[in-house]
Design a protein around this ligand. Structure first.
Ligand code: GRF
Length: 217
């Protein structure tokens, strides 16, 4: 297996980035962590772990196109096989998304296609959902949409607040994001003509994490 270069984009805390780094995925080289904010907490962890970091501040650019061009230039310095969006809070232009087609992943804190966009935990509570979760998907020009790679479900309890629910979902995010990256590195992800993703030789319990009480097949 050839080694894969991975660039991770963050905007803040970076706990998903941290989970991917800590997973020490064989044949995966975290080439750089790039942030659109100089004060992103996750940059400290990356530096402490000897990972190259860069900052491309969106507010220094007059348009989304100009920012995305500068961001792509910074990313391409590291010749990435995979670009991982990990709490990266900028909407990307279609040109940027097309440039990294099939090698750009995102994590979203809901069971897509439910609740694209912001405030997913509040919205899941307001809708009375009994089940909520997180999704890792390939990025397409459509916001928080695109071929689903892996999902994790969690129960919603009556006493939940957005914070307790977010924490339960985040624990699962830290489990499924490294798994998705591992599959990519192992070249097991196949984009089917109908737009779905097949995971070669995956065990289903591993792929679609189970809600309590549901038996594995
Ligand atoms: C995560 O919940 C992620 O799904 C969402 O933003 C949060 C980022 O957290 N897009 P972190 O920066 O990875 O800690």
């Amino acid at each position: 297996m050839t080694e894969k270069n991975i660039v991770i984009l963050i905007s803040g805390r970076g706990s998903n980035m941290e989970a991917i780094v800590r997973a020490q995925i064989p044949h995966a080289r975290i080439a750089a962590v790039i942030s659109n904010r100089a004060d992103a907490k996750g940059l400290t962890f990356a530096r402490q772990h000897g990972i190259a970091t860069a900052v491309v501040e969106h507010r220094h650019y007059p348009s989304r196109e100009a920012f995305d061009a500068a961001l792509a230039a910074a990313i391409d310095t590291y010749a990435p096989d995979l670009v991982v969006l990990a709490g990266f809070m900028r909407v990307l232009t279609p040109g940027f998304v097309a440039r990294y087609e099939g090698r750009l992943m995102n994590i979203h804190p809901s069971l897509l296609p439910a609740f694209p966009g912001l405030h997913t935990h509040e919205r899941a509570l307001a809708a009375g959902c009994r089940i909520h979760g997180a999704t890792v998907h390939f990025v397409t020009a459509d916001l928080d949409n695109g071929p689903i790679i892996i999902q994790a479900a969690v129960p919603v309890w009556p006493e939940d607040t957005a914070e307790t629910l977010a924490a339960r979902v985040l624990r699962e995010e830290h489990r499924i994001y490294p798994q998705a990256v591992r599959w990519f590195v192992e070249e097991r992800l196949e984009l089917l003509p109908d737009g779905r993703v097949r995971v070669r030789e995956a065990d289903w319990p591993e792929q679609a994490l189970l809600v309590p009480g549901v038996e594995a097949r």
